[in-house]
Design a protein. Structure first.
Length: 94
């Protein structure tokens, strides 16, 4: 749990640095490019298969929208505020 929190904090800090010169969609594109490559390799190793493509598509679309919103907010908020928002995320989902 601590490692995941550290990883997301580092990602947020790097996005904050990248947002100085890049737009939110550009940062999402670069993050997605690296994530897709790593996820593809991992999925092939464990034999991942999608059983409900419509649900997977909905998850991809909603995840993309959430990432664009988060990366847009990163430019204007402090890391402390973003940390609080990430901790409150499970409450909003429930």
């Amino acid at each position: 749990m601590m490692l995941a929190t550290l990883a997301f904090t580092v990602m947020t800090a790097l996005v904050k640095i990248a947002r100085v010169e890049l737009g939110a969609l550009e940062v999402v594109c670069w993050r997605g490019t690296t994530s897709v490559a790593l996820t593809f390799l991992l999925a092939r190793r464990v034999g991942f298969a999608v059983h409900r493509p419509a649900m997977m598509l909905a998850r991809v679309v909603l995840g993309f929208g959430a990432m664009v919103c988060l990366f847009t907010a990163v430019k204007g908020l402090t890391l402390a505020d973003l940390g609080i928002l990430s901790k409150l995320q499970p409450i909003w989902v429930a």
